[in-house]
Design a protein around this ligand. Structure first.
Ligand code: NDP
Ligand code: 2IT
Length: 449
């Protein structure tokens, strides 16, 4: 650990002591602190106001029991969470994740990252995250609905359009948001924008489903342009095959790239001639099948049952879009040796610290998650704006706004990196730009005691 700053080192040591079992959370805190020492040098008032220790500690953590009855009549119990991290710049905002690996560390790392990401969008949204250690795999539609209803019966007490606005994440898509919203409305007798990612028939926004993946590509185009490059003609590898991965792949292909590999948690498919994204969407979104199905349907496609092996596939650009810590130092070295020139993170914290170090050392362009995947939450912000105004914008208008916001995020990360003497380091730039906005808002609002 070295932040080149004793004050930050002391704070990190304290955090480590307090939250010693929260591996992912500590990793996220370490990554942010390692880039912001330079800001403190020119802003001693942030130290005096205790901005950093206050920012590290979530404003509120709610955990709750979610009991539900499965199709066999058996009572099941899961653990639900909502981490209301920081509301300095707006109401808490962030997704809900349903995945068996969800625990407090994962919730806190995601909530912490969300604060900076949301600040980067320039919108008035604070940071939060939630979810449950519920595994949607193999559950019937009825079980999913009953689980969502039970989950919302408790969550409803803590959210609202001016307080905290959840959305989707891993395992929570449009179907789950529908069931969650239905229960929220029933309990509150209120049809408001308290959730985003809603269906278009009841208050959703055009392009919200696509926004995270599309936004990753828009950010990437801005980043590549800085080296005179573009996605056009590049070969790409996209890990995952969920919401973010599918729309990232779709837009990459629309912009002229060839996506040669995609994955799920059971393995990856390799298609040297390029994946047919329409067919992939049919298999994943309509049939809800495993990715191996693609190899059965399409010629020239191979399925390899090794999910980490995807990074061995030669490509110009890699888009990790599945989950945290899926791309480690070894994978980063292989990507680099195979000639990759850029990495753009669609998932949250997909690259390990060792991988990020490798990208830096090897001068590989790196688009960090909190900037590159902010298009999803930005479109959620658009959905909130439309709900408040009782209006609905067309797809073209939303897409144009998304373009604008991703360009602005790229420019503010790039400018912050430049200003603080880390030219071209978008990871440091994102931390500085996000942090600076939250710090100013916290400073203005004083210390509550
Ligand atoms: P989905 O549930 O739609 O898809 C997740 C994909 O990742 C699936 O292909 C899944 O495979 C794979 N995956 C999940 N867990 C693992 C694991 N432990 N190992 C290997 N593969 C895994 O989720 P999203 O696409 O919405 O989310 C993907 C990432 O993007 C997450 O990190 C999320 O936090 C982030 N993100 C999402 C946003 C959104 O708007 N949805 C916004 C910004 C970031 P399988 O089906 O086999 O489990
Ligand atoms: O990680 C994320 O930014 C999300 N899962 C989306 C959050 C949101 O509120 O749209």
């Amino acid at each position: 650990m070295s932040f080149g700053n004793e004050y930050l080192e002391e704070i990190y040591r304290e955090t480590e002591k307090r939250d010693r079992y929260q591996k992912e959370f500590l990793q996220a805190v370490h990554e942010v602190l390692s880039g912001i020492g330079v800001v403190l040098d020119s802003h001693p008032e942030y130290i005096k106001a205790g901005i950093i220790p206050r920012l590290i500690e979530p404003e509120r953590v709610i955990t709750f029991r979610v009991s539900w009855i499965d199709d066999g009549g058996k009572v099941r119990v899961n653990r639900g969470f909502r981490v209301q991290y920081n509301s300095a710049i707006g109401p808490y905002k962030g997704g809900l994740r349903f995945h068996p690996e969800v625990d407090l560390s994962v919730m806190k790392f995601l909530g912490f990252e969300q604060c900076f990401k949301n600040a980067l969008t320039g919108l008035a949204i604070g940071g939060g995250k939630g979810g449950a250690d519920f595994d949607p795999k193999g559950k019937s539609d009825g079980e999913i609905m009953r689980f969502c209803q039970s989950f919302m019966t408790e969550l409803e007490k803590h959210i609202g359009q001016f307080t905290d606005i959840p959305a989707g994440d891993i395992g929570v898509g449009e179907r789950e948001i529908g069931y969650l919203f239905g229960q929220f409305k029933r309990l509150r007798n209120e049809h408001s924008g308290a959730l985003t990612g809603k269906g278009m028939s009841y208050g959703g926004s055009a392009i919200r489903t696509q926004a995270t993946g599309y936004g990753v590509c828009y950010f990437t185009e801005n980043m590549l342009r800085s080296r005179g490059l573009s996605l056009d003609g590049m070969s790409a590898v996209v890990s995952g095959s969920g919401n973010v991965a599918l729309h990232c792949a779709e837009k990459a292909v629309a912009l002229g790239a060839k996506v040669v590999a995609m994955s799920d948690s059971s393995g990856y498919i390799y298609v040297p001639g390029g994946i047919d994204i329409g067919l992939m969407k049919q298999i994943k979104e309509k049939e809800h099948a495993r990715i191996s199905e693609y190899a059965r349907c399409a010629e020239g496609a191979a399925f390899i049952s090794d999910r980490r092996g995807i990074w061995n596939v030669k490509c110009d650009i890699a888009f990790p879009c599945a989950t945290q810590n899926e791309l480690d130092r070894e994978a980063a070295n292989i990507l680099s040796e195979n000639g990759a020139v850029a990495i753009a993170e669609g998932a949250n914290m997909p690259s390990t610290p060792g991988a990020i170090e490798t990208f830096r050392k090897r001068n590989i362009l790196f688009a960090p998650a909190k900037a590159a995947n902010a298009g999803g939450v930005a479109a959620s912000g658009f959905e909130m704006a439309q709900n408040s105004a009782r209006l609905s914008w067309g797809a073209e208008e939303v897409d144009e706004r998304l373009h604008g916001i991703m360009r602005q995020i790229y420019e503010s990360c790039s400018a912050a990196a430049e200003e603080y003497n880390y030219p071209g380091d978008l990871a440091v730039g994102a931390n500085i730009a996000g942090f600076s906005r939250i710090a100013e808002a916290m400073l203005a609002q004083g210390v509550a005691y």
